[in-house]
Design a protein around this ligand. Structure first.
Ligand code: G3P
Ligand code: CA
Length: 285
């Protein structure tokens, strides 16, 4: 009986630990992060080294990038699972080897105008490793697991790559070097199992016109693996943001390109925003 009581106590304590994460433990409370969404994608073709370089120049705290896996198992940076929108090629990424993908020109399609660029070092489909090699610790990273169910083991590969690049740690300002986010709850839970030290953000979409709201059950579940959420900014309200913070969950908003909206969200106490224009608000030098 006594043994059973001790075991129950240990289980309860462990459960308590997993739901008592403090926001401040992961993201410094007084900061408002500007996350360059697919780099500085309002100005330069998204998810290219050139786009990330501009995001860095414009003062982004993090760059956000989307990953997939090639036919020969390499992690590459692209938003869509299909290469057609952003390159001259056609077909799903997993049908291309890395060399084949690298040989594709990037195509910028704006209204009626199509511009073919590269392929060159900065204007091509990058591997995740090339991004880490080029920017090292001059930038921090938010990596999105995109369509993870298409790529068995992509979580394991990503964690391994973050570990190999010493990215599972904080920078000098106490910010996590690398964060993973995804709309896939399962993928994030898999990452959490592989390495519980990686900060995770659950992306959540709400219907147009709907105000953000989460049930107690959902929040308890989130707290068992995630450190925060990423939500479309239109759905956010001050009471919701406060409630998430009280529960120990950080709140990020996507995708904010209007300076007034950015300042309103900052005043609401958000932890940061994803933006295609990392220069949309002035930063203190
Ligand atoms: O910034 C969050 C965002 O990355 C999720 O949407 O479609 O731009 O990857 P998407
Ligand atoms: Ca993304």
């Amino acid at each position: 009986m006594k043994r059973l009581l001790i075991i129950s106590l240990v289980v309860l304590l462990m459960a308590g630990c997993s739901i008592s994460k403090e926001k401040s433990a992961v993201f410094p409370e007084d900061e408002f992060f500007l996350i360059g969404h697919r780099g500085a994608s309002a100005y330069v073709p998204e998810n290219t080294l050139a786009s990330f370089a501009l995001a860095e120049d414009l003062g982004a705290d993090y760059i956000e990038l989307d990953i997939h896996e090639t036919k020969d198992g390499k992690l590459v940076v692209m938003h869509d699972k299909d290469v057609s929108r952003t390159t001259e090629g056609h077909g799903n990424i997993e049908t291309f080897t890395l060399d084949e993908l690298k040989s594709l020109s990037i195509v910028e399609r704006k209204k009626d105008k199509e511009t073919v660029l590269g392929p060159s070092e900065s204007m091509a489909v990058p591997t995740l490793q090339e991004v880490f090699d080029q920017f090292g610790d001059s930038l921090n990273y938010v990596v999105e697991l995109k369509n993870p169910s298409r790529y068995p083991n992509i979580e394991k590969k990503l964690v391994q790559q973050l570990e190999e690049n010493d990215l599972i740690q904080k920078d000098k300002k106490g910010r996590p070097r690398a964060v993973i986010h995804s709309f896939s709850e399962k993928a994030l839970q898999r990452v959490h199992k592989i390495n519980p030290d990686i900060p995770l953000l659950q992306l959540i979409s709400f219907d147009e016109g709907e105000e953000a709201e989460l049930s107690k059950k959902k929040i308890t579940k989130l707290l068992s693996y995630a450190d925060g959420i990423g939500v479309s900014y239109e759905a956010l309200t001050p009471p919701f943001v406060n409630y998430m913070h009280e529960k120990g969950l950080a709140v990020f908003a996507y995708t904010v390109n209007d300076p007034e909206v950015a300042l309103r969200l900052q005043a609401m106490g958000l932890n940061g925003i994803h933006t295609d224009k990392p220069d949309l608000v002035e930063r203190e030098k």
